[in-house]
Design a binder for this molecule. Sequence first.
Ligand SMILES: Nc1nc2c(ncn2[C@@H]2O[C@H](COP(=O)(O)OP(=O)(O)OP(=O)(O)O)[C@@H](O)[C@H]2O)c(=O)[nH]1
Ligand SMILES: [Mg+2]
Length: 361
Amino acid sequence: MKTGIIGLPQVGKSSLFRILTKTQLSEQAFSNPREAHIGVAKVPDPRLDQLAALYKPKKLTHASVEYVDVGAIGQEALKESAYLGHLRQVDALIHVLRVFEDAAIPHVGVIDPLRDVKNVEFDLMVSDLGQIEKRLERLEKDLKKMRSADLEKENELLANAKAHLETEKPLREMEMTAEDKKRIRGFMFLSEKPMLYVLNIGESSELGKDLGEAVARYNLGEMANRRNAAGTAICGKVEAELAEMSDEDAAEFLASYGLVESGLSRLIRTSYHLLGLISFFTAGEDECRAWTIPVDTRAVQGAGAIHSDLEKHFIRAETIRWDQLLEAGSEANARAKGTLRLEGKDYIVQDGDVMHIRHSG
Ligand SMILES: Nc1nc2c(ncn2[C@@H]2O[C@H](COP(=O)(O)OP(=O)(O)OP(=O)(O)O)[C@@H](O)[C@H]2O)c(=O)[nH]1
Ligand SMILES: [Mg+2]
């Protein structure tokens, strides 16, 4: 699962990418605006950290998400096939918005993130619309030559999508059946991708408060509450400093700003959930680990995320919520207390479950 980082020129996209993925890229690597950079970020998870404190495992493995940093967005960039190609293949988008003031770094017009959101959304929709129109022309010709139920369905769906876009609403807000979604999946429409708006705010003495209020203050609440969208804020400058610190120093630094966690942690988690992903855990003395699965995954498929053999030879999953396990102090205690459950193949795995897969293989 990949998340693309987009935004207008010089808003802090690459800076965010660098702190997210801790990728050491030379300045030169950033000089080609049509080149995409791909990196992996660990998904911070205090629940997993607490399980690790209990088990003291030899190995601790967090979930991870991939991020893609591309050059600045705009109608011109979106006409380039290399640029479009990078963006199409991601599963969700993060739109970085400039709020920080810095006279040395150019920005088009005054600071106005809502305007920037609307402009970029418009560009994404124009790009999708162009693609749809091209396909509709082709379909019209093909349908004249032969009748096909499949092509007719596609034609109708794309005509609906076109009408939807013409009301200036992104495809992520369109009502679609699972079948419709599948039918248009191949187009990889940009405005259909889940969207996280990220306000990159300046430093302040009340950073905790300012981060918390930013989405409302810059009038993004309405946009961020729409279907398949979310909003959050970070302070890129402070995050860059935090990234250089030890965990202890970072915690102290955050506390001095009245924060319990960094904006970056929240951002990663929000983008993880926006992708429709949750984590379940396996815990033991060898390894404590988070496994990534889509919401509504059955236990037997969850087992498959660990190893295909576990899926094949699945018998049952010993399951307990992470906090119940911590409260019990051990699996044996949990079993005695009755909080450890035995779940079958069709159990829907919940975010934060700790599972032990029993298998016959
Ligand atoms: N003051 C301040 N400057 C920042 C912040 N984030 C980035 N910058 C600066 O803004 C400039 C652009 O940052 P980048 O991260 O390269 O921005 P970008 O969006 O990737 O830029 P392009 O890829 O060229 O569109 C650099 O000089 C950064 O040092 C921030 O939070 N505060
Ligand atoms: Mg950049």
